[in-house]
Design a protein around this ligand. Structure first.
Ligand code: AMP
Ligand code: MN
Ligand code: MN
Ligand code: MN
Length: 297
């Protein structure tokens, strides 16, 4: 089978979320929805946790869908938050496991501080309600947005972030997440590949984006997302050029969170431009993709 077959557009999605963090589908339901949408190789990449992978794996095995272990790690770099997706790692690796445990503590502490803010602005029983909304998964600002909507404070998620949850707004609390270098190292030591997530989503100038990619490569990073669920043709071309120019592998991922995102259908084509070397050709992912080559038939 040729490489071209691996580019089969609708069948690979390496960035998705479940109820283990801020997705609205359980890991099993996500796998089922992805399979129904035509996805044949899927990475579940919840924020700072690998807890959904076991359930997803069981569902994937039943459907003969190839599940690549994934995670989306929160990183603080130059006072900015970046997201690094880890793919194909051993989730039992102690270094990575400890890093995720630290990040989960960090999330819990930030949640406490954000709940105090909500208390101050008069949101009743905020802790109890956020815990119901998160149902045991990692609590993110997306859950706070759902709570604010439920409370009638805003009508849309976008409004919630603009009025309450973005830096400088009343419910925002800054967190210091993992370091860039340690994150890339732990993913690689655990046998996986670190992928810089959605490079165009950080509200950066081109100069800052180049600095970020320099720092990511200096840390040992070897792949970046080129095609995301909300990418424009121009954005894809720009990221393809960045990847090829730097010798970075390219990844594709929808960043699916919920069926409510009507514009983001699971299985919609995420076609990597032909000039970009795909991340699934990285030797660290051979275990998942050598067999997965026939899934695109
Ligand atoms: P956290 O990692 O807890 O700060 O939460 C970040 C999550 O909130 C992201 O992964 C998105 O799912 C969501 N998010 C951040 N900004 C926005 C936004 N402007 N609109 C909708 N969702 C957002
Ligand atoms: Mn999210
Ligand atoms: Mn992200
Ligand atoms: Mn994501």
């Amino acid at each position: 089978m040729s490489t071209a077959d691996c580019r089969e557009p609708a069948r690979i999605d390496l960035h998705t979320h479940s109820t283990a963090s801020d997705g609205t589908l359980t890991p099993a339901a996500l796998v089922q929805a992805a399979h129904a949408g035509g996805v044949r190789a899927l990475a579940l990449t919840d924020h700072d946790t690998a807890d959904g992978l076991g359930e997803a794996n069981i569902a994937a095995a039943e459907l003969h869908l190839r599940l690549v272990p994934g995670v989306e790690i929160s990183v603080t770099w130059e006072k900015r938050t970046l997201h690094i997706v880890g793919l194909g790692f051993d989730a039992a690796h102690p270094g990575l496991r400890d890093l995720l445990a630290d990040l989960q503590q960090c999330r819990a502490a930030r949640t406490d501080a954000m709940l105090e803010r909500l208390d101050r602005i008069g949101v009743a029983r905020a802790r109890e309600r956020i815990e119901v909304l998160a149902a045991g998964g990692q609590i993110t600002r997306a859950h706070f947005a759902r709570l604010l909507i439920e409370d009638g404070r805003c009508q849309t998620t976008k409004q919630c972030f603009k009025r309450f949850l973005n830096p400088g707004k009343p419910a925002y609390v800054n967190a210091t997440w993992a370091g860039l270098q340690e994150t890339v190292s732990h993913i690689h030591q655990a046998g996986g590949v670190a992928v810089l997530a959605h490079p165009l989503a950080y509200n950066m100038t081109g100069a800052w984006r180049r600095r970020m990619l320099d720092a990511f490569q200096a840390a040992g990073g070897r792949a970046m997302e080129v095609v995301c669920g909300n990418s424009t043709p121009n954005g894809i071309a720009q990221m393809a050029e960045a990847a090829t120019g730097r010798g970075l592998l390219g990844s594709v991922g929808s960043d699916f969170h919920s069926p409510d995102q009507r514009w983001l259908r699971l299985g919609r084509p995420l076609t990597l431009p032909a000039a970009v070397a795909p991340v699934w050709d990285d030797p660290a992912l051979a275990r998942w993709f050598s067999e997965a080559r026939d899934i695109s038939r």
